[in-house]
Design a protein around this ligand. Structure first.
Ligand code: C5P
Length: 244
């Protein structure tokens, strides 16, 4: 199969495993098809550094999904460390505020520049999908509805110079309309029609996600839990190829 680089750069594979051997297996099997490997808190706090060494040696792009939120100075210093590790993508909470996001962008960009690396892709998390309207009002005391609040935080992130946001496919179009087409949207919850839903609620196919404006698709169990992972990934490529 000819690998279309335009599709590859959109594919973010969730390395939601525990051991370095499991991660190596996924990387070796799927690296030709994956633009960016996503490493979450589970792996990061476990065998993170070993995995980063491996991915740096293999010159693979990776995304530290660690959702930073603290005072601006602390987030700025942590962002420099993330760049020094070798990550190309990482994320922060928009709820940390505009100054925190600005300091993060400045620190990460200048660290990347000093190292002669590409400018990092910094994504803001707006409201976690585990927070409903009810929780936002009753627990957090914020009297807005989630979808409006997501948009407000996306605009704040854009003003702070952040590259884009992590968002549901169902929010992607409105975010693009409000923040412009260059503002990137990375969408989890992707399921081709042939794959299992697992515990995800608001799912979308790769086709729908791209039609709604997603720039990056987080691919997790649709591929990693498939009996033939390479075949599952090829099917996703074929689906995307039809609409590109
Ligand atoms: O396996 P699945 O496709 O459900 O993988 C989902 C990945 O996307 C996980 O790494 C998860 O942390 C992430 N994610 C999500 N829903 C969000 C944000 C991130 O599933 N709202």
């Amino acid at each position: 199969m000819n690998i279309n680089p335009k599709i590859k750069e959109k594919i973010v594979l969730a390395l939601d495993v525990t051991t370095i051997d499991e991660a190596k297996e996924l990387i070796n099997e799927l690296k030709d098809y994956v633009g960016v490997f996503k490493v979450g808190l589970q792996f990061y706090t476990g065998n993170g550094d070993e995995l980063f060494r491996l991915m740096n040696d293999m010159k693979l792009k990776y995304f530290l999904d660690v959702k930073l939120m603290d005072i601006p100075n602390t987030v700025a210093k942590a962002s420099e460390n993330i760049i020094a590790k070798g990550a190309d993508f990482f994320n922060i909470h928009a709820l940390g505020g505009k100054e925190m996001m600005q300091k993060c962008v400045e620190a990460a960009n200048s660290a990347a520049e000093k190292l002669g690396r590409e400018m990092p892709t910094i994504l803001a998390v707006t409201i976690l999908t585990s927070i409903s309207d009810e929780k936002l009002h009753n627990e957090l005391g914020i009297n807005e509805n989630v979808s409006e609040y997501v948009l407000k935080l996306a605009k704040l992130a854009k003003d702070a110079g952040v590259t884009g946001v992590v968002a549901s496919v169902f929010e992607a179009k409105r975010i693009k309309e409000a923040c412009g087409n260059d503002f990137k949207v990375l969408c989890p919850g992707i399921r081709p029609v042939w794959s299992a839903k697992n515990d995800q609620q608001r799912l979308a196919t790769p086709t729908l996600a791209l039609n709604e404006g997603a720039d990056y698709l987080v691919i997790g169990r649709a591929v990693t839990a498939a009996s033939d992972r390479v075949e599952a990934m090829k099917k996703i490529y074929e689906e995307i190829e039809e609409i590109l």
